[in-house]
Design a binder for this molecule. Structure first.
Ligand code: SF4
Ligand code: SF4
Length: 147
């Protein structure tokens, strides 16, 4: 039985030795510059900002509620809008990357497409505090028209 399984494994190894184009594995990290990912690869939750340092997050907390393990914490504040009325705005979007299971539920729950999954996957750090991130950039504000 052991011999049979050894021969079967060696046959497969021999096949890929002569059929290089069919090899699916990639030589990471030597290929960092040319590394390719599937479009749906989930590396990290991020909040895109445009060239005016504006994002689409209203601070509604739907993502925080949807997250099954408390990875997201939304801190909000009250701001006076151009119309003179007070309205809720995001102060900090805290994301604990070390706790994230990349389930995508927060992304699906967001009504304004304010967050998405990036392809970044190299998350090793020496201090786990560095895995706690604030996703809204300093002095950023919400894009006009997003409520
Ligand atoms: S991907 Fe899942 S675990 Fe990670 S923050 Fe979103 S809902 Fe929470
Ligand atoms: S990221 Fe989306 S769901 Fe989360 S608080 Fe902001 S607007 Fe609401």
């Amino acid at each position: 039985m052991a011999i049979k399984s050894l021969v079967s494994g060696m046959r497969l190894t021999g096949y890929y030795f002569t059929h290089h184009k069919e090899i699916l594995t990639q030589e990471y990290p030597d290929n960092r510059e040319t590394l390719t990912f599937g479009e749906r690869f989930r590396g990290e939750v991020v909040m895109p900002h445009d060239e005016n340092n504006e994002h689409r997050c209203t601070g509604c907390t739907a993502c925080e509620i949807a997250c099954p393990n408390g990875t997201i914490k939304i801190l909000t504040k009250m701001e006076v809008g151009e119309d003179g009325k007070k309205k809720k705005a995001i102060e900090k979007f805290v994301y604990h990357l070390g706790m994230c299971t990349f389930c995508n539920l927060c992304i699906v729950a967001c009504p304004t497409d304010a967050i998405k999954m990036s392809h970044d996957f190299e998350h090793s750090v020496f201090d786990r505090k560095q895995l706690t991130k604030v996703l809204n950039k300093p002095d950023s504000k919400i894009v006009k028209g997003v409520e």
